[in-house]
Design a protein around this ligand. Structure first.
Ligand code: DGJ
Length: 721
């Protein structure tokens, strides 16, 4: 079983297929951390706490234990641990100090459910350790959960605090995960960015002090992704120790890493404290969202594949259709300028080219002729769709394709019927004006009346209409955060309650429109996170569809997220690209995830239409690898002007190998190596029709970079014997 308790040494061991995590209860009181890493390497490890001047200690244990030194499982503000601490509770005495000590444990199959939150699903191998702790002065109890997913080498962490003090307390900070590591010989990887440039790759050495990434925007954001990794300085794609961390949540977060005075590293991940506090009445409890961590000795690639397998098996919703639909999205080709006649032309051109679904983007509802009006009014615009939505969708369906529609449920334009009726339904601070962004305000999803109204509104508009897909967008971040529906002492709960309301609405959509899939979007990939993945089959990776930029965004997204989540469109909005070779380049770059098109297909010439048709057909023979295969990166577009990777199946009988150059350079030789290929086998390349020796794949396929661009090449190797 993955969780063991050794009574003799008061030690808990959590085991996965390739990793091991060990902790101990010291002096029957303090849960200390001993080890996390490669399996079978922790023999002989014992707790070390060499005394340091200026570090507080408990008199009863002399100098042998200080909360400020060594590795702990969790730590408390004001308790003598001067490093970053994950928990701060303002108790009934007015101070924020707590001292929790061990009060027992429970090991159980499966996991704790997290009410109203997204969380990873347990399977029959999942086990959970629950550590109980008590602080008699604050009157609070604390439970730390460790849920072990042995097959994917993932351990998830969450914490629950319960107030039994007889008076209210305020939870000022409660992080989901804390991990101490006995070295700081690491680089830290994080993904920063901006709208149109999400998830840029950054790898920097750890230094003394605190390094953090966070979001204060009410969304996980384009600017920092909740994923981070610590890797050995010599770690590569294939070798070296790598620890990965992520958060199953889509709102504000804080990921902190501190190198302490002894050169140890502490990682802490959770809601943070800047945009969060929670008034906990006597008898109530608060449970955090879930954070997940993995370790791999097989470099960045090993860490990524652990997360990919984990997300596919435990986070993503079931596939809604037999085949993931190839979509034709109208946004880049039409923006708001859509009507029934034009959309039916799109539907026909989609059907003619073998595309599975028309996605009608923004512009179909209310007074939505531009981004200044209409958000919140989720009824069809009768000037554009004279006979209503149902009649239009039926006509789309008559072409034998699926239909998807764009929505942005969490937002409202001041110029809308909804806002005129309910100005009090927005996120705002009392007596203060709210700033606009994209001419819109954020609806107060912390208010249940708002969420219930939205359910009714979408039900009124969509019930009885055969909608297969929702593109759920979110196009601004939160400022002047407050809820008119909450009392002053609970204003600090607004952003968190907002996310709970959003998740309620997501869950309602999945139940009310069963069989429809959701593609999450936030101005592209502004909510590319594990919380959204619980409800969204795929995510719109970025509004930037320029292939040379896209390959960087895609490369970094694959560090933490499986490629089946990464919606990739061939973009040719105004049909400026008339050359099939250039379209081929765009398509190659898009073959990193589920395929779609952003182009004015009805107006494209026959050659381009035929090219699209051939691309969709070819994609069908690779999609099992792209959506479910193991993914190996070879070259990073952040290190060079090319990106290279391959997909393979579990038995390594097929490889889809891709090389994409982002800009021209004088010719250089590059070798694309596939160590998993069988040296003694031969491989048929379905793209060129050539046979390749397995040794060539292992030693490397030679590619010569080109001075001219665009340039890309791909191979689909199938083992022949
Ligand atoms: C932002 C999205 O990222 C785009 O794809 C598009 O849906 C627009 N919003 C529509 O307003």
């Amino acid at each position: 079983m993955p969780v063991h308790y050794d009574d003799k040494f008061a030690r808990f061991t959590l085991e996965t297929a390739n990793t091991c995590y060990v902790m101990q209860i010291l002096f029957d009181k303090y849960p200390v951390h001993l080890y996390y890493g490669k399996k079978d390497c922790h023999g002989g490890i014992s707790y070390q706490n060499p005394y340091k001047s200026f570090s507080p200690y408990f008199d009863e244990h002399g100098l042998s234990y200080s909360p400020d030194i060594g590795m702990a499982e969790y730590s408390y503000f004001g308790s003598g641990d001067f490093r970053i601490t994950p928990l701060r509770i303002k108790n009934k005495n007015g101070d924020s100090v707590t001292h929790f000590t061990y009060d027992g444990y429970r090991i159980f199959d499966g996991r704790m459910n997290l009410p109203r939150l997204p969380y990873s699903e347990a399977d029959s191998d999942t086990q959970t350790l629950e550590l109980s702790l008590l602080d008699s002065v604050s009157g609070c109890s604390l439970k730390l959960f460790y849920t072990v997913f042995p097959n994917e080498d993932v351990i998830s962490r969450y914490a629950l605090v319960e107030n039994e003090s007889g008076a209210p307390v305020t939870v000022e900070k409660i992080m989901s995960l804390m991990l101490d590591l006995p070295t700081s010989d690491f680089d830290m990887i994080s993904l920063y960015g901006a709208h149109n440039a999400e998830r840029s790759f950054q790898r920097v050495p750890l230094f003394h002090g605190v390094q953090s990434v966070m979001s204060r925007r009410g969304a996980s954001s384009h600017q920092y992704n909740p994923f981070t990794a610590l890797c050995a300085k010599n770690a590569t794609e294939r070798d070296g120790d790598v620890y990965g961390f992520n958060f199953v949540y889509s709102g504000n977060f804080l990921s902190e890493t501190e190198v302490d005075q002894t050169g140890f590293t502490r990682v802490s991940l959770g809601l943070g404290s800047e945009n969060f506090n929670w008034l906990l009445e006597d008898g109530d409890s608060f449970i955090t969202p879930e954070a997940v961590m993995t370790y791999s000795k097989n470099g960045l690639g090993g860490m990524s594949r652990n997360f990919h397998r984990f997300v596919r098996a435990h986070i993503l919703p079931p596939e809604p259709f037999e085949k993931r639909p190839v979509v034709l999205n109208t946004w880049e080709a039409c923006y708001f300028d859509i009507d029934e006649k034009e959309m039916l032309r799109f539907a026909k051109s989609a059907a003619d080219t073998g595309i599975d679904m028309l996605v009608m983007d923004d512009g179909w509802f209310g007074a939505r002729n531009n981004d200044k009006a209409g958000l919140g009014d989720w009824y069809v615009n009768k000037n554009k769709f004279r006979d209503g939505l149902k009649s239009f969708v039926d006509r789309v369906k008559a072409y034998g394709i699926k239909f998807g529609i764009w929505i942005e449920p969490e937002m409202v334009n001041p110029d809308s019927d909804l806002y005129r009726a309910h100005p009090e339904w927005c996120i705002r601070c009392t007596d203060r004006n709210s700033t606009l962004s994209r001419n819109q305000l954020v609806l107060d999803m912390s208010n249940r009346d708002v969420v219930e109204y939205l359910k009714k509104s979408f039900s009124d508009s969509f019930d009885g209409i055969s909608i297969d897909y929702f593109k759920w967008d979110m196009n601004r971040h939160m400022s002047e955060v407050g809820s008119p529906a909450l009392p002053p002492e609970r204003q600090g709960e607004t952003a968190y309650r907002y996310m709970l309301g959003v998740y309620d609405l997501y869950r309602w959509f999945t139940k009310h429109f069963p069989g429809a899939m959701i593609e999450n979007c936030s101005g592209g990939g502004g909510r590319y996170d594990l919380g959204m993945m619980k409800y969204s089959t795929q995510i719109w990776t970025s509004d930037n569809t320029w292939p040379k930029k896209r390959m960087k965004i895609q490369y970094s997204s694959t560090l933490a997220y499986p490629t089946c989540t990464m919606s990739c469109h061939v973009s040719n909005p105004k049909n400026i690209c008339k050359n099939p070779d250039e379209l081929k380049y765009r398509w190659h770059v898009a073959l990193n995830g589920p395929l779609g098109y952003e182009m004015h297909l009805p107006n494209a010439d026959d050659l381009i239409k035929a090219t699209v048709k051939a691309q969709v057909e070819a994609y069908r023979s690779y999609e099992h690898l792209i959506l479910r295969g193991d993914f190996y990166r070879i070259f990073s577009p952040f290190d060079s002007n090319y990106y290279a990777y391959y997909f393979t199946d579990a038995q390594h009988t097929e490889f889809l190998l891709s090389f994409e150059q982002s800009y021209g350079e004088s010719a250089a030789r590059v070798y694309l190596k596939i160590p998993e290929a069988d040296e003694n086998a031969r491989y048929f390349d379905t793209v060129s029709g050539d046979i390749f020796d397995g040794r060539t794949l292992v030693n490397g396929i030679e590619v010569k970079t080109r001075e001219t661009d665009p340039y890309s090449v791909m191979w689909h190797f199938v083992k022949t014997k």
